[in-house]
Ligand binder design. Structure first.
Ligand code: MG
Length: 240
C-alpha cells in the first residue's frame, strides 16, 4: 500500500514537471540559428514589386511575353498601364520558363456586364507552367459550375470562398506554386501544390495538382477566352 502511494507521488511530480514546460515552445534541440535571410526591398507601398522579383508587366513593356500561336509579338493591347486581351488573337505566354514560384497579378473583368452568363462573363485565366489554370472569371454575381468559378484550379479544386469584387474593379491573385517532382524514370515522386489568395483572402490552401505527365519548367500563360479582361502589375519570384 505504502509503495503504491510512492509511485503515485512520483507520477504526479513527473506530470507537473512536464506541464511546467510550455509544450508549444520548441526545446533547444529544435532551435534553428542560420542562415541569415538576405534582404529584399519591398518599396514604400504595396504596388511596388519586391526587389528580387522578375517584373513581367509594369504597365509599359511587353518584352517578357509572346503569342502562344506563333511566338511573335503579343497581339493584345497595352495602354495607360493596362494590358487587355484582344479577343480571338490567342493566348500569351512568358518567354521565360518557371518552376517553383510566387506570382502576383492584378486583373479586371469588364465593368459593363452583357447578357452572357457562366463561363462567358469576363473569362480569362492564368496558367501556371501553361498547364494548371487558376480561373479568372466575373464570379461576383454569376453562377457557373463551382470548379470553374473565379479562383478555382480549373476542374480540379473549388475555391474555399468566393472573394470576388464587382466587375470593373481591380482584383489580385497571389499564388504560391510548388512544381511536381519526377525521378529519372519519369515517375512522379511528389505532386505539384498551389496556394492562392484572392484579394488577400485564402481560397486555395496548398492543394494537390493531379494527373499531369512528367514535365519541367514551363512558361506562364494568360488565356484569351474572347473576353476583354485586363491585367496590370504582374511579377514573379523564383523559389528555388
Ligand atoms: Mg478561363
Amino acid at each position: 500500500m505504502f509503495s503504491k502511494s510512492i509511485y503515485t507521488f512520483i507520477l504526479v511530480l513527473f506530470t507537473l514537471q512536464v506541464l511546467a514546460q510550455n509544450p508549444y515552445n520548441p526545446n533547444k534541440y529544435q532551435e534553428v540559428w542560420a542562415p541569415v535571410p538576405r534582404k529584399v526591398d519591398t518599396g514604400l507601398d504595396d504596388k511596388t514589386p519586391p526587389s528580387d522579383a522578375i517584373v513581367l508587366y509594369d504597365g509599359t513593356s511587353l518584352d517578357q511575353w509572346v503569342s502562344t500561336r506563333d511566338g511573335a509579338a503579343v497581339p493584345w493591347t497595352s495602354e495607360n498601364g493596362v494590358l487587355t486581351v484582344m479577343p480571338k488573337t490567342g493566348s500569351i505566354k512568358t518567354r521565360q520558363e518557371f518552376g517553383d514560384c510566387q506570382l502576383h497579378l492584378e486583373w479586371r473583368s469588364p465593368a459593363i456586364v452583357e447578357e452572357e452568363e457562366g463561363q462567358k462573363r469576363g473569362n480569362s485565366g492564368v496558367y501556371i507552367q501553361s498547364r494548371y489554370e487558376v480561373q479568372i472569371l466575373d464570379s461576383y454575381n454569376n453562377s457557373t459550375y463551382v470548379n470553374g468559378q473565379a479562383g478555382s484550379i480549373y476542374k480540379q479544386h473549388i475555391p474555399l470562398v468566393n472573394a470576388s469584387r464587382k466587375p470593373g474593379e481591380w482584383q489580385t491573385y497571389d499564388i504560391l506554386f510548388t512544381a511536381p517532382k519526377f525521378n529519372a524514370d519519369s515517375i512522379k515522386v511528389s505532386s505539384g501544390k498551389v496556394t492562392v489568395l484572392h484579394n488577400g483572402v485564402l481560397i486555395q490552401h496548398n492543394v494537390e495538382l493531379k494527373g499531369q505527365a512528367p514535365h519541367g519548367k514551363a512558361p506562364l500563360m494568360l488565356q484569351d477566352h474572347s473576353d476583354l479582361v485586363s491585367f496590370r502589375n504582374i511579377w514573379i519570384r523564383l523559389l528555388e
